[in-house]
Write a protein that binds this ligand. Structure first.
Ligand SMILES: *[C@@H]1O[C@H](CO)[C@@H](O)[C@H](O)[C@H]1NC(C)=O
Length: 364
């Protein structure tokens, strides 16, 4: 949607409503951290979900990311990628399909996201998680080769988390809502499509063995957690996320999301400064339709964003790329990219995920 002639009025009124609501949640008790981190039963909706995603990068070229989306009937959408400089990208065996059987023990104990060798288990809310992968992985360079891979370690954090509902920049949210046509239908979709989502930057330490070789890993890391009544991938049109970890300790998470039933253009993100202060991103000039609208985002591009009145210029270079499907292995195509970046002249590494609605752009 494009801003209409009432855009500024709509922006100002919605900004005010959001500001009031936020004031209210700040005065009342904030959500207890334990509550967010407890595993809840899935909702009754057939597309009920509870998803967590972890990623880590090291400045010497190791990357990994993996996630599990818990679904009904002991199913999970799970994936794992690991990049080792001397080998290239490794992919969990069933990729690009992600439909896995949940680990029966984790389903019973309800304390762990586990499926077919992937495991994320909580040790301390917002502070510590055990992360492991144990199974075969395919080498992207020679897909017939399956290697035995074991990753084991701890994700830890002393950094603030970013809860979308209370921490997203009011400017970004009010802009996104003001662009849309205000109908009853629209406000209803805002409610029913709502997902709780939070993210947290952190660290990863652990060991990785691939075949007979083993590596000690010290990495910068990230995780997120989303849950809600339903996650319907068919409603999502496109998104692009970038998580960047710079050599000076600055970290950035920036997402541009287009889900036309709610907001056709939503910018969301934050910068965590080396002194651990979190600053919201207020705007970003990456426009999805200018980047890979037909399904192939470029490997070398740039964009800029603002946080706390400072402008950041980000240059991105894709090093490895792969893709997988979600939503019954058909509704969504996700392109996973392992990147090198430079933000205001400071080099770093990162991970980027580009989503495409696979009904509109089938199998591109
Ligand atoms: C962190 O660094 C920023 C930018 O240098 C500064 O504005 C801010 O006051 C610092 N915060 C703390 C808690 O030291």
């Amino acid at each position: 949607s494009q801003p209409g002639k009432w855009f500024h009025v709509k922006f100002a009124s919605f900004y005010f409503i959001l500001w009031l609501r936020r004031l209210k949640t700040k005065i009342m008790k904030p959500l207890p951290v334990g509550d967010l981190e407890t595993m809840k039963p899935l909702s009754k909706h057939e597309k009920a979900f509870d998803a967590t995603f972890f990623q880590a990068v090291s400045q010497n070229g190791f990357y990994f990311c993996g996630g599990i989306e818990r679904r009904h009937q002991a199913k999970a959408n799970g994936l794992f990628y690991i990049a080792v400089p001397e080998l290239g990208l490794l992919e969990s065996q069933k990729l690009p399909n992600t439909l896995l059987d949940s680990d029966p023990v984790s389903v019973l104990l309800n304390k762990e996201y586990g499926a077919e060798g992937i495991s994320f288990a909580i040790a301390e809310p917002m502070k510590k998680w055990h992360v492991s992968y144990n199974g075969k992985m395919r080498l992207q360079k020679s897909p017939d080769r399956l290697l035995d891979v074991k990753l084991n370690g701890e994700w830890t954090s002393d950094l603030p988390y970013f809860l979308f509902e209370t921490d997203i920049s009011l400017n970004c949210l009010a802009k996104a809502i003001a662009r849309e046509t205000w109908t009853n239908e629209f406000f209803k979709s805002l409610k029913t499509a709502h997902q709780t989502h939070y993210e947290q930057m952190g660290y990863f330490t652990g060991t990785l063995s691939v075949g007979h070789k083993s590596y000690r890993l010290e990495m910068d890391a990230f995780r997120d957690h989303s849950f809600g009544y339903k996650r319907d991938w068919s409603l999502m049109h496109r998104y692009a996320f970038h998580m960047m970890y710079l050599q000076d300790g600055t970290r950035v998470s920036i997402g541009i999301v287009s889900q036309p039933v709610t907001t056709s253009l939503l910018e969301m993100g934050y910068v965590v400064l080396p002194n651990k202060t979190l600053q919201c991103i207020d705007s970003c000039d990456l426009l999805l339709y200018q980047h890979g609208e037909k399904g192939n985002p470029g490997k070398n591009y740039a964009f800029s964003f603002q946080a706390n009145k400072q402008t950041y210029e980000a240059k991105i270079q894709v090093i490895y790329e792969s893709f997988h499907y979600k939503g019954n292995n058909i509704e969504a195509k996700l392109i996973e990219r392992f990147i090198e970046c430079e933000v205001n002249g400071i080099k770093g590494k990162g991970i980027s995920e580009w989503h495409y609605n696979n009904f509109k752009n089938p199998n591109q």
